[in-house]
Design a protein around this ligand. Structure first.
Ligand code: EPU
Length: 430
């Protein structure tokens, strides 16, 4: 089993290049099957979730060509089935984007119910409500979602909760429905906008993405396109917080600073300096960190996907901080691991009450999910002594070359997959 061996205590210093946004890439890759023409997509992150999705697409007849590590060509002219029932696809949340894409194009889709990180109940009622509003029959049986429509017709849909997945999924299907669709209380995340821009580049007519109301005029056909995915807001935020917790000086390159505003603003509040330029941000942390309060919210609020990373930083800040998780009900599972490293955090319901400690100490720890896994790496990098992190497959779902990028900033982190490896690296750095 692969693990990360980490020796903490080095301030991270240098520059790191951010890749394409995983949560934009997943729906964009799925949406690429909505045309029979060839689509070229650039800045696709080479992470486990995108690769699982691409394999599932190949299994139904999509031709996927890797022009280079991050540039992928997709052609869906020879799709031979609209049933996706593959063991791996169950493991990723984004499998559900194939429903919106196939329902839009083929008016039929059957896809295994989504998995993904275990961070809460992760309902899909809003997706189903949206598809039904467009005139599709939807049933959930034998672990599959099955949808079919004789005709998809535009509709006026009010989302009961702000959902990234439901907004994107319904937007994809509606792009190829007859007539106009209005989605109210739409999610406004940058990746929602990126998917809308991609669909528009294929000939869709979608206006208002990035606001509460998205208006879509359905078209009968989409065409080929060439598109570059936006930088990953959460990967960038994770490296920004890596600078904070290790008292480092990190320039995070290839980002859209606007997408990072809620993250930047919290870093400033806790005492870091943040210098923004056109497509990079530099985070310098030379003073003791200060306590604060933070509540996760839909964009432009502080992202739930950055909640574990800020909690790790606040665990090292002077005074008492409060973190409230308002999106997912079970996203504090990593706190037990952090406690083993010396953190003083009490979780009550959806709130963590954090009494800052002067330092963490290295320990054997385990990643419970993707973002929590990355946050535990940050904790280990700041800690006194050595840590061994298990279950790093979660991190590999969404961070490309995480340990290599950290090594580039001076971190002592190594991918090990046996006790032998561990012993070797231990001798090297010990
Ligand atoms: N919700 C419903 N009904 C639905 C859909 C969502 O009640 O039909 C609720 C959820 O239970 C949750 C809230 O609405 O409480 C928000 O869920 P959303 O649909 O926005 O999340 P998602 O589409 O399942 C995506 C990302 C997550 C990210 C969230 C929030 C992907 C593949 N996943 O999930 O990313 O946390 O949006 O921004 O895009 C990650 O990358 O680590 C990750 C978990």
């Amino acid at each position: 089993m692969e693990q990360y061996y980490i020796k903490g205590g080095n301030p991270l210093v240098g520059e790191v290049e951010i890749g394409g946004a995983k949560n934009a890439a997943l729906p964009i890759l799925a949406a690429a099957i909505m045309t029979d023409e060839t689509v070229h997509i650039d800045n696709v992150p080479d992470v486990r979730d995108t690769n699982v999705l691409l394999t599932a697409m190949e299994n139904i007849g999509v031709i996927v060509r890797h022009e280079d590590r991050h540039r992928i060509t997709i052609n869906a002219a020879n799709v031979h089935e609209t049933v996706v029932d593959d063991d791996n696809i169950k493991k990723i949340r984004a499998s559900y984007y194939l429903i919106g894409a196939m329902l839009g194009k083929y008016k039929h889709a059957e896809v295994t119910l989504p998995g993904g990180c275990d961070i809460g109940c992760r309902a899909i009622d809003q997706h189903i409500k949206g598809f039904r509003a467009l005139g599709a029959d939807v049933v959930v049986e034998h672990g599959m979602i099955k949808t079919h429509a004789e005709h998809l017709r535009g509709s006026h849909i009010y989302m009961d909760v702000s959902s990234v997945g439901a907004t994107i999924n319904v937007m994809m299907a509606a792009a190829m429905a007859e007539g106009k669709t209005i989605i109210e209380n739409a999610a406004k995340e940058p990746h929602v906008v990126d998917v809308a821009n991609f669909l528009n580049s294929m000939g869709a007519s979608i206006r208002g993405a990035g606001t509460d109301v998205i208006r879509i005029k359905g078209v009968s056909k989409l065409h080929g396109s060439e598109y570059t995915i936006i930088p990953d807001q959460i990967e960038a935020g994770t490296f920004m917080f890596a600078a904070a917790v290790t008292r480092g000086d990190v320039t995070v390159r290839n980002v859209i600073p606007k997408h990072l505003e809620s993250i930047t603003s919290k870093l400033l509040e806790i005492g870091c300096e943040v210098m923004e330029e056109d497509d990079q941000v530099r985070v310098v942390c030379s003073r003791p960190l200060r306590h604060t309060k933070v509540k996760t919210l839909p964009y432009p609020g502080f992202p739930t996907d950055m909640q574990p990373q800020i909690t790790v930083a606040l665990g090292l800040s002077e005074g008492t901080s409060i973190v409230t998780e308002s999106i997912f009900e079970n996203r504090f599972k990593y706190v037990d691991e952090l406690t083993r490293m010396g953190a003083n955090i009490k979780v009550e319901g959806n709130t963590a009450i954090i009494d800052g400690v002067a330092k963490y100490t290295g320990a054997g720890i385990s990643a419970p999910d993707l973002r929590a896994g990355a946050a535990l790496v940050l904790a280990a990098l700041s800690a006194e002594g050595e840590s061994l992190l298990d279950n790093i497959r979660y991190i590999q779902r969404g961070y490309e070359d995480f340990h290599l990028k950290l090594q580039g900033l001076g971190a002592q982190i190594k991918l090990v997959d046996s006790e032998n490896d561990y012993a070797k690296f231990h001798l090297l750095t010990g």
